[in-house]
Design a protein around this ligand. Structure first.
Ligand SMILES: Cc1cc2nc3c(=O)[nH]c(=O)nc-3n(C[C@H](O)[C@H](O)[C@H](O)COP(=O)(O)OP(=O)(O)OC[C@H]3O[C@@H](n4cnc5c(N)ncnc54)[C@H](O)[C@@H]3O)c2cc1C
Length: 296
């Protein structure tokens, strides 16, 4: 029988961030940070790496808060998907993020899995990554030596690769508070409805000017079509400053299709992903059009 226990030299579950950082700086690569464990334990049992010790973040209350601080929202790295799904503040300010969290795995996974784990695991199919990019998120990285605030675009450098250093913890996700008349749409395509890794995801966020007609800003972010989440920046040029009612949705969908270069894998072919990307972009634009019309 395959024995699923592995020798481990230490387990730490500090209550303060400062203690966690001290432990990290002492052990460096020798220790593995564990949040909900829903990615990590699977990789560990598959022997993807050796672990000599665990730094468990579960007792650090500060990392479980969602709070508004001046003109931004700060989400602790240990906030679970269930919290993101149910928080009134997140639902109101970042509905695309809340809906993406609600689409993750199963209730059990959503109760344990955290936003910080989803980010640091850096899977190209991580569901929260495109929404975070669409909302211009920044990540607070702490070590005993310094604090660094990094935008999403700079954090991911490849599949499962980030700029996080062994002595650093991701402590908070920082999001600018949205202006009024910001609309969003989340679409996840997979082979079935629940417990599915995405074949493609789209997070579209559009900020309208005071007149509720002119597009002021737009972020078109996709997951599962590249090694990291990506934004299709060409869409900005076509939409910003334009009257939403006069946009050519078909042309915008075509731009998304043309600009992505996905791979073939077990979840879908390159052609399928490109075709779907166009269609979900058109659907997202239509959904925002109807939300905009019902704005009072
Ligand atoms: C059955 C199943 C279904 C799933 N479905 C989905 C899905 O639909 N969509 C999806 O996106 N994901 C899915 N996942 C993957 C996983 O649940 C999520 O990525 C989850 O958010 C990971 O969070 P965690 O807290 O469990 O991370 P962990 O497994 O604890 O950690 C993941 C990685 O992040 C590091 N880490 C965690 N927190 C920090 C921190 N604060 N600072 C520094 N490093 C840190 C860990 O060292 C590890 O390398 C699924 C997993 C399973 C098992």
């Amino acid at each position: 029988m395959h024995q699923r226990t592995v020798p481990c030299q230490g387990y730490f579950a500090p209550q303060k961030i400062e203690e966690a950082l001290e432990i990290l700086s002492g052990y460096g690569k020798e220790i593995k940070v564990i949040a909900g464990g829903t990615d990590l334990l699977i990789q560990y049992y598959d022997r993807l790496y050796e672990v000599n010790g665990w730094l468990d973040l579960k007792n650090i209350k500060e990392l479980k808060d969602i709070r508004i601080n001046k003109n931004q929202m700060e989400i602790g790295a240990m906030v679970t998907h269930t919290q993101l799904e149910n928080s009134e503040d997140i639902k109101k300010c970042y509905p695309v993020l809340s809906q993406a969290a609600a689409d993750i795995g199963s209730p059990q996974i959503r109760n344990r899995g955290t936003i910080g784990g989803n980010i640091v695991n850096a899977s190209p199919a991580g569901d929260l990554l495109a929404p975070l990019m669409a909302y211009d998120a920044q990540f607070r990285l702490l070590s005993t030596k310094r604090e660094k605030i990094v935008p999403v675009e700079e954090f991911f450098i490849g599949p499962k690769k980030t700029i996080l250093e062994p002595a650093q913890l991701l402590t908070q996700i920082i999001l600018p508070l949205p202006k009024k008349k910001t609309y969003g749409c989340w679409i996840k395509i997979g082979k079935r409805k629940a417990l599915i890794i995405a074949t493609i995801t789209l997070a579209l966020v559009v900020k309208m000017a005071e007149d509720n007609k002119t597009v002021e800003e737009v972020r078109t972010c996709l997951g599962s079509v590249a090694p990291t989440p990506i934004e299709i920046k060409e869409i900005r040029k076509k939409m910003v400053g334009k009257n939403y009612d006069q946009l050519d949705f078909n042309q915008l969908g075509q731009i998304v299709e043309d600009k992505i270069s996905p791979i073939n894998d077990i979840r879908g072919t390159r052609e399928y992903r490109k075709d779907v990307a166009k269609n979900i972009m058109i659907n997202a634009l239509k959904e925002i059009a109807s939300a905009r019309r019902s704005y009072r």
